[in-house]
Design a protein around this ligand. Structure first.
Ligand code: ZN
Length: 288
């Protein structure tokens, strides 16, 4: 017996190009969902890459049959390119078809979180990512790392600036990373300040607006999707994503996966609270 959800989480990490990048660099980029893991013996004697899609499992081993050491070849540079070629061949016409996406088992939910704190994104957060959680385990508190301060500039004028304020146990790390701290005399922006109440409001948290996306002419269109993620406060019902003021798509807790199309798009969330219609601030993106 195995925990289907645990397997899925591993799959999600292994198929997640962003999560893989620190270890694998730009290797293993597929226009479809594919989980990948590599292995290298300590002395570079041999290496392997195994992976799977919903259609195929592929394992590649590279080494000398007499067990002699290879020179500086890891699972990424040795078996990796062969694995990539085979997987691509198996899922590309005329030989094969792209695989289906990995099914999401019941009991998992996807939620937008602040990339730094892993909590619910607040108005000062810089980057939002979508993360998987077991139902009931998603974060319930708003990011307290990103905080707005009022600072006095060299010209003597006051302005608002966001700083990252970490819990005590991370302070030495933050200092070693040279993460800026609020200058002396800076004070917390008041919670009644404009914008700070936004976290309670219906809002689109990703994309943040003003982005340009480019359609890849080679990649199949169904793989060129972005996730429109948002914050939906309690008590709102019938929330939809409204595109360019007309097309409405039902908006669930994990957002909406939207296929890129050329043009300028204005996204807005709209829901109902009792008899009142509640609308989020619009977010505009460009797709070329
Ligand atoms: Zn944050």
């Amino acid at each position: 017996m195995y925990d289907e959800r645990a397997v899925y989480l591993v799959t999600d990490i292994l198929k997640d190009g962003v999560a893989r990048r620190p270890a694998f660099g730009a290797n293993f980029r597929f226009p479809f969902q594919c989980a990948v893991k590599t292995g290298t013996t300590k002395d570079y004697r041999d290496n392997w890459t195994v992976g799977y899609t919903t259609r195929y499992t592929v394992g590649v081993w590279v080494g000398n049959f007499d067990g002699e050491q290879m020179r500086g070849v890891s699972g990424v540079s040795g078996a990796g390119p062969i694995f990539t070629d085979i997987m691509t061949f198996l899922h590309t016409p005329p030989y094969g078809q792209p695989p289906e996406d990995f099914p999401v088992p019941p009991g998992l939910v996807q939620r937008p979180v602040c990339a730094r704190s892993g909590k619910i994104p607040g108005p000062a957060c810089r980057k939002t990512i979508m993360e998987w959680f077991m139902e009931g385990k998603a974060p319930v508190s708003v990011c307290d790392v990103h905080r707005e301060f009022i600072v006095r500039g060299p010209d003597g004028r006051e302005r608002r600036e966001t700083f990252e304020v970490f819990p005590d146990e991370y302070r030495p790390w933050a200092a070693s990373e040279r993460i800026p701290v609020p200058p002396p005399g800076a004070r917390r922006a008041s919670s009644a300040a404009p914008g700070s109440e936004r976290i309670d409001r219906l809002s689109i948290v990703s994309p943040s607006g003003g982005e340009y996306f480019k359609i890849d002419p080679v990649l199949r269109r169904e793989y060129q999707k972005i996730t429109i993620a948002g914050f939906v406060p309690r008590g709102l019902s019938g929330v939809v994503l409204r595109i360019n003021g007309r097309e409405d798509i039902p908006f669930g807790p994990s957002g909406v996966e939207w296929c890129l199309q050329k043009g300028m798009f204005r996204f807005q969330l709209q829901g109902r609270k009792g008899d009142a219609v509640v609308t989020s601030a619009p977010v505009v993106i460009n797709v070329e």
